[in-house]
Write a protein that binds this ligand. Structure first.
Ligand code: FCB
Length: 446
């Protein structure tokens, strides 16, 4: 075992998302989102489950924040439910919705926990979906308008803002494979959604600068660390292609490098061009203050000459977690090194990283040792990447408590706090104890 001590000022906390924890889906004039609609459709979610109640965080917020404080949180990342605040996506603002986030922020600050607000974690107001959702360019202006409402309301107390969570996932899984809300399978709509999501990000950054709020803003992208399955030239090329269709598609435009050629060519070849208008790429490249990195695993890549993309995931060689992810703790450090090099060493917050471990209580104790082992490994990797020059400042573990894991319903547990979905009782797991100690020491033993 080696003790890895993090730089002074490194901050630790957890992350959640509104639809995954809040519940209270039809209270206080909240409007419906695409996740309400989707999860109420038969056959979409494991066991027919939904987020109507989820962790009931809307009613248990004070207790939850008190528990975060007890565990030593210095920072906490949550998302705002757009349709709670603007029930129909644009227009009338719902004061009761805003008050919930006011109270959440005040409670966090009371315990000296610094909030980070994600504006969009996948729950588009249904009213905007009815107008075409992310495929509709109008959604980009609605997003900037909503963002401004939030800056004006919370900007005196919140200084860290994240525009979008993982546009890769909500565009591809929501519009291409259809396994997530809104459940569409259409390549043209996918291309439009990708471009409009990024454009919405850029417009929200511009609205932030115009609002006069002091603080910082960035985007959170989904990532996988890609590894060539062998060192042949074809495999190395295939691995670069995988990076194009995944990391570079969403980082490139934000960092002013544009869309990868290979991706543009692919979509154009399929008659599904990106709807780029003059000036869009400049808006998308509006300067940000940090990069949010989410990462859970790696993927080994091999060439796939038969199919259009030219690459595919090779057979996993590491143990699989219940989610199907390979247990690959080295992947986070590897990715941090890659992204730091590729984009000139941006300031990075790890906005999500964690482990799916479904351990249940035995005599009141939840021994989630798979999570504990992997977390230590992930963190050793972060430490190594910092030593190698990556500018990583904070780590938000996914997640505070077990919650509604999208299409998997409640069947995949990611929390360091156990949620009993019958009684809604919270019980810290062994990993929570371990994490508290890591925070106290600003160091991990791995
Ligand atoms: C990420 C999501 C988050 C959660 C974790 C496990 O892709 O951002 O909401 O589902 O995966």
């Amino acid at each position: 075992m080696t003790i890895h001590t993090f730089p002074d000022g490194f901050k630790w906390g957890t992350a959640t998302a509104a639809y995954q924890i809040e519940g209270a889906f039809d209270e206080d004039d909240r409007g419906l989102s695409i996740w309400d609609t989707f999860s109420h459709q038969p056959g979409k979610i494991y066991g027919g489950q939904n987020g109507d109640v989820a962790c009931d965080h809307y009613h248990r917020m004070e207790e939850d924040v008190a528990l975060m404080a007890e565990l030593g949180h210095q920072i906490y990342r949550f998302s705002v439910s757009w349709s709670r605040v603007i029930p129909f996506g644009t227009g009338a603002v719902n004061e009761k919705g805003l008050q919930f986030y006011d109270r959440l922020v005040d409670t966090l600050l009371k315990y000296n926990i610094q909030p980070a607000v994600t504006l969009y974690h996948w729950d588009l107001p249904q009213a905007l979906q009815d107008l075409g959702g992310w495929a509709n360019r109008g959604t980009t202006d609605a997003f900037a308008e909503y963002a401004k409402v939030m800056y004006d309301r919370l900007g005196d107390r919140v200084s860290r803002w994240i525009t979008l969570n993982e546009p890769l996932i909500f565009t591809m899984m929501g519009h291409r494979t259809g396994v997530m809300a809104p459940g569409i399978r259409d390549l043209g709509i996918t291309a439009r959604s990708v471009h409009h999501a990024l454009l919405a990000h850029g417009k929200a950054v511009q609205a932030f600068r115009a609002s006069g709020v002091t603080g910082e803003i960035g985007i959170t992208n989904a990532n996988t660390s890609y590894e060539p399955a062998d060192d042949s030239a074809e495999t190395l090329k295939a691995t670069e292609l995988a990076r194009d269709f995944d990391s570079r598609l969403f980082h490139g435009p934000v960092f002013g490098k544009g869309y990868p050629e290979s991706v543009i060519r692919y979509y154009e070849g399929k008659g599904a061009p990106f709807p780029i208008e003059p000036g869009d790429m400049e808006i998308i490249a509006s300067a940000t203050d940090f990069l949010g990195v989410n990462l859970y695993s790696r993927s080994r890549i091999e060439p796939d000459p038969e199919r259009g993309l030219g690459f595919r995931a090779a057979r996993p060689t590491l143990p699989l977690l219940p989610m199907g992810y390979e247990a690959a703790p080295h992947s986070l450090g590897d990715f941090l090194r890659w992204v730091s090099k590729e984009y000139d060493r941006p300031k990075i917050y790890i906005t999500e990283n964690g482990v799916n471990d479904n351990a249940e209580p035995v005599n009141g104790v939840i021994d989630d040792h798979v999570r504990m082992d992997l977390l230590r490994g992930f963190l050793a990797g972060v430490h190594g990447a910092i030593r190698d020059g990556a500018d990583v400042r904070a780590y938000y573990l996914w997640s505070f408590c077990d919650n509604f894991e999208w299409a998997f319903g409640f069947s995949k547990r990611f929390g360091i706090v156990h949620t009993d979905f019958e009684t809604l009782k919270r019980t810290p797991k062994k990993s929570a104890e371990m994490y508290s100690e890591i925070i106290r020491n600003n160091a991990v033993d791995a």
